[in-house]
Design a protein around this ligand. Sequence first.
Ligand code: ATP
Ligand code: MG
Length: 284
Amino acid sequence: MKHLHSGKVRDLYELPGGELLIVARDSISAYDYVLETPIPDKGKVLTQLSLWWFEQLADVVPNHVVSTGLPEGAPAEWAGRAVVVKRLDMVPVECVARGYLTGGGLKEYRRSGEVCGVALPEGLVDGSRLPEPIFTPTTKAAVGGHDEPMTFAEVEGAVGAELAKQLREITLEVYRRGAELARERGVIVADTKIELGLRDGGLVLGDEVLTPDSSRFWPADDWEPGRSQKSFDKQFVRDWLVSPESGWDPASGAEPPALPEHIVAQTRAKYIEAYERLTGRSWA
Ligand code: ATP
Ligand code: MG
C-alpha cells in the first residue's frame, strides 16, 4: 500500500489495484486544534455511521464505497475503520448545506445579511431555523489553511455552470434527507459538509457523510434559538478546555492540554449515542 495523504483525521492509501483505502483515526479536533488525546473507537464509530448513511442516501447520489473488508497487508487493528473506495477526482469545493444559522454562517449574516451570496430574512439569531436549507459552499483549504465562503457564481467560475448546479442539488438533497431522518430520531442536523468527486463523468459522494465531524448535530429537545446550542459530540471537550480546570486559554496560541479520562469517556459515550440514535442499531 502506498501512503498518499494524511488529513486531520483520516489517512489515504493507494491499493495495488488502483483503489484507495481510507482509514479513520481516533483523533478529535476542537478550537481548530487536533488534540493530542484520542477518543477510543471514534474512528470506527464515524466510519460505521458514514457507511450507514451512504446506504440511506444511495438513491440520492452514488458513493465511493467498494468494500469494508480489510485488504491484504492492512493491520488488523484497522478493522472497522478502514474502507476500500473508488478513487475520485475530488471537486475543489466543500459542499455545505445549512438548515440553521450558526458558526461561520452566522458571522457572515451579521456582517452582510447574506451567507455565501444568499440573502436571508432580518432578525435571525444564533440557532435560528432558516426558511429553507441553503447551499453555502467554501473553498477547500490545504492543511493548516482556512476554508473561505464562496458565492454560487464563484463555484460556477471554478467548475462550470452545469457541475455547480449539480453540486447544489445533490448537497441540498443529502441535507434534506439526512435532516429529516435525524429529526425523527430527536437530532437536528444544523448543517453538514459533503465532498463530491467525479468518476466517469458523474458526481460521486466521497469522504464521509453526516457524521459529527462533518455536521453540527443538536439534541432537538434542547434547541433554543438565541444562544449557542449543545452539540451532540464535542460539548464535553469544548466545555472542559475552556474551564478553569484545564487552565488553557484558546486565545493564547498555545496547544490545548491532554484531556482527562472522564472527559474522554463521556465524549466516547456521546459519539456512540449519536451512532445509536441515528442508526437505531446498538454499538455493541
Ligand atoms: P477536513 O475533512 O476536516 O476538511 P481533510 O480533508 O484534510 O480535512 P481528511 O478527511 O482526514 O481531512 O482526509 C481525507 C482526504 O481524502 C480528503 O482530502 C478528501 O478529499 C480525500 N478523499 C476522500 N474520499 C476520496 C476518494 N474516494 N477519492 C479521492 N480522494 C478522496
Ligand atoms: Mg475530510
